[in-house]
Design a protein around this ligand. Structure first.
Ligand code: PEP
Ligand code: MG
Length: 755
């Protein structure tokens, strides 16, 4: 049974460790000394070190307490036994009854059966697991945090021994099991659309920590404080630059990030580790390892994204401690670069030279992670794929297919050719779209079609001018809410909406009120899990149940517009009574502001989305109350066919270009015309050229789409003869087809429509 292991024990152990590292001996000799030292100081019956060898095998390299004959003979696969478990999960484990752990594997040659307790940590370097360090005790005992943290610190030192090729040859360390030069393909998740080709730049800002144990804790604290100050001012510079560049939400993200940098808990844990005797670098790294270990099993996407932000910050702090200002070294960046990272924060992405950055490949992250939001706004294709760092070497040729979530590593020449052609075609098309930007949006037979944009970030706004769109047909106000860490107050909302109106200039903007819930949960909003979130408490339902929430948003919109035109749209309205309820709240806010002498909007237009089919049977009662109606075809399709839009098994099962959907749409066109209500469609359909053609054939004259769709849709409509299409479609509505896609495509081809 060991005595109490505390901060003083940890300091003593680390001081001896420093002596071992400063002394002479081969890598193996030093490792043996380290292992004996740990066993003695931690009063452990066993201390063993396993090192990762080629083919993902963990070999026992040194032990105190197990049979010495097992050294270099006992081997475990990653995932095998508790040691393999620690390696595969890359996180520490502390067990008071190791044999009861599901991964326990008994290896008789080591003679380890009498040991009940085990604490082990991964030996990590960069993002890779290089081995595992474990201690074992015969008795059943718990481990204190200091013990695990001290093991983690020592593991960092051992990682350096491995990396400096003192234990295994460098070629073996870098071997991944695959012959390095063979082409490979990774299937992952598409996170930001587009194709990119370039050379791999491994984003590995974690620097080698040369010294783990400090001579003088006070001096280290000073060094840490100085680095913190320079980092803060560098973040302030970035914020400033983001403001100047009109980056909008990325700026908000950076601000959240700045908050992290001032987080007391984080800073005090680092300072404590320095007081225990670590160098500033080792302390920052240890706190990060510990945070990662404690948070890595959490699946909550919000927490995981915060973890990524913290990693970003840690890396940045390490750069400052090393006297560098950013992880992106301009001189070594190729002209066409694809960044490869385990994870990355938004600020780190902005460190790289935008003019050379072609794509991003992440091992971790979700489409809603901040770095992806920023990448999409910058039009950088992103794919997430596990194991990327193990398979890619710096400057490997890479192709990122952000449309299909594919990555081609060192692609063969024919694949490179095919992609170069696809990339070139993409560029040619973009040029063509730019050329028609200022041409009228009118069909071949003279029917004007209004193209509007779907936006959700300030960074999207420059597209309004660049694409030639006539206005914003859908501003998804929930996106700024989703990237924040708390609910923005009225003032913050007012400022944001005012900037949107300012930047849109004389082009109209339709603000959709908060459409959260379902797949768009706000991290700071309680609500609890729902069995059927798409049919659950979402959008205007939340606003009507929590009127103060909706009123605050409406107030902010009215304040932002003061004296200028404003259009407000409510999402997910299922019945007229809901529209009336929402409208009442708007009227209350109008009254309240009038009483305060705030100028009303010069023109207030109020509308709703039609996404829930029940509303189709209340159109005569609804339409007289509306200024406009916009079809949310994404949700309307989902509810019409009872097919979850987020489930890959059902989302493509039914086609939006089917008789039932087109009948519904045609009815909406007719009813809105009768009541003189403007009608538009703002679901994904509007941005797909073939679907947009059908919509125009049905009678839609306003389509709202994401910015990249404007060029393709405008090209299509300028080549379209609407009269011919209407005639052709009149025979299609009542048929029994599953889909009209092929028929419509044939029509387009026969009539020279450019898709
Ligand atoms: C829709 O449902 O079609 C729509 C535009 O809204 P969202 O995709 O934001 O749900
Ligand atoms: Mg919707």
């Amino acid at each position: 049974m060991g005595g109490i292991f505390d901060g003083a024990s940890s300091r003593r152990l680390l001081a001896s460790l420093r002596d071992i590292m400063a002394g002479s001996g081969t890598g193996q000799e030093r490792l043996d000394k380290i292992v004996s030292l740990i066993a003695a100081e931690m009063k452990a019956d066993v201390c063993s070190c396993y090192v990762m060898r080629a083919g993902e095998v963990l070999e026992l390299f040194s032990t105190e307490g197990l049979n010495k004959t097992a050294v270099h003979n006992t081997r475990l696969r990653v995932g095998e036994g508790i040691v393999g478990y620690i390696a595969s999960h890359a996180r520490p484990v502390a067990l008071d009854n190791a044999p009861s752990h599901p991964s326990f594997a008994y290896r008789p040659e080591t003679g380890e059966d009498p040991f009940l307790s085990l604490a082990g940590v991964p030996i990590l370097r960069g993002s890779k697991v290089r081995g595992v360090l474990v201690i074992q005790h015969k008795d059943r005992r718990g481990y204190v945090e200091e013990e695990v943290e001290t093991l983690q610190t020592i593991a960092m030192v051992v990682a350096e021994l491995v990396a400096q090729s003192e234990l295994v040859s460098p070629s073996e360390v870098s071997t991944t099991g695959d012959p390095v030069l063979l082409p490979a393909r990774l299937s992952g998740t598409a996170m930001s659309a587009g194709l990119a080709m370039g050379l791999a730049v491994i984003h590995r800002p974690q620097l080698t920590i040369r010294q783990m144990v400090a001579e003088d804790a006070e001096a280290e604290l000073e060094r840490f404080n100085a680095a913190l100050i320079t980092m803060h001012s560098a973040i302030d510079d970035l914020l400033e630059a983001a403001t100047l560049a009109g980056l909008g939400e990325p700026r908000d993200i950076l601000e959240t990030y700045r908050m992290f940098a001032e987080d007391r808990g984080w800073l005090s844990r680092i300072r404590e580790a320095i007081r225990v005797g670590l160098t500033a670098e080792a302390a920052v790294q240890q706190v990060q390892n510990d945070t990662r270990a404690r948070m890595s099993h959490l699946t909550d996407p919000y927490i995981r994204e915060r973890l990524l932000d913290l990693e970003d910050l840690t890396n940045r702090l390490m750069q400052h401690l090393a006297g560098k200002t950013s992880g992106a070294d301009g001189a070594t960046q190729p002209d066409d670069m694809i960044l490869v990272a385990r994870s990355m924060g938004p600020a780190e992405l902005l460190d790289y030279d935008r003019s050379r950055l072609r794509g991003l490949l992440l091992e971790e992250g979700t489409p809603s992670s901040h770095v992806c939001i920023v990448a999409r706004a910058l039009n950088i294709p992103v794919v997430q794929a596990a194991d990327a760092l193990n398979r890619i070497e710096p400057l490997d040729q890479l192709i990122i297919d952000g449309d299909h979530g594919q990555v081609f590593i060192r692609p063969a020449e024919d694949i490179q050719m095919a992609f170069s052609e696809a990339v070139a075609l993409q560029h040619r098309k973009e040029q063509m779209y730019a050329e028609i930007r200022n041409q009228p949006s009118v069909t071949r037979d003279g029917v004007p079609i209004s193209i509007q944009l779907n936006c959700g970030l300030l960074i999207d706004l420059p597209h309004l001018k660049a694409s030639g769109a006539e206005g914003i047909g859908l501003y998804r106000t929930e996106i700024p809410f989703m990237v924040r860490s708390s609910y923005p107050d009225v003032q913050a909302q007012t400022e944001l909406y005012a900037r949107i109106i300012d930047e849109a200039g004389d082009k109209p903007v339709i603000f959709r009120t908060l459409d959260v819930g379902g797949d768009k949960m706000l991290p700071y909003m309680s609500g609890g899990a729902e069995e059927n979130p798409a049919l659950g408490w979402r959008a205007v339902r939340i606003g009507l149940d929590h009127p103060s929430l909706l009123r605050q948003q409406l107030r902010a919109l009215l304040l932002a517009a003061a004296g200028r035109p404003l259009s407000v749209m409510f999402p997910m309205i299922a019945e007229v009574a809901e529209f009336d309820g929402a409208r009442r709240l708007l009227d209350l806010e109008l009254k309240r502001l009038a009483a305060q002498g705030v100028e009303a909007p010069s023109r207030l237009r109020v509308g709703t989305m039609i996404e829930v089919p029940s509303l189709l049977w209340q159109l005569p009662a609804l339409l007289p109350k509306l200024d406009f109606l916009s079809v949310g075809s994404n949700d309307l399709t989902q509810y019409l066919f009872a097919a979850d839009r987020g489930n890959p098994r059902t989302s493509t099962r039914y086609d939006s270009l089917s008789p039932p959907m087109l009948c519904v749409l045609r009815r909406l066109v007719d009813e809105c015309a009768k009541h003189r209500v403007s009608l538009s469609l703002c679901g994904e359909m509007a941005g797909r050229p073939l679907d947009a053609m059908a919509l125009i054939g049905v009678g839609f004259r306003t389509l709202s789409m994401s910015p990249p769709s404007v060029g393709p849709v405008k090209t299509m409509l300028r080549s379209l003869d609407v009269a011919a299409l209407r005639g052709y479609m009149s025979g299609l509505y009542l048929g029994g087809d599953h889909s009209l896609r092929d028929k419509l495509k044939s029509f387009g081809k026969d009539h020279g429509v450019i898709f």
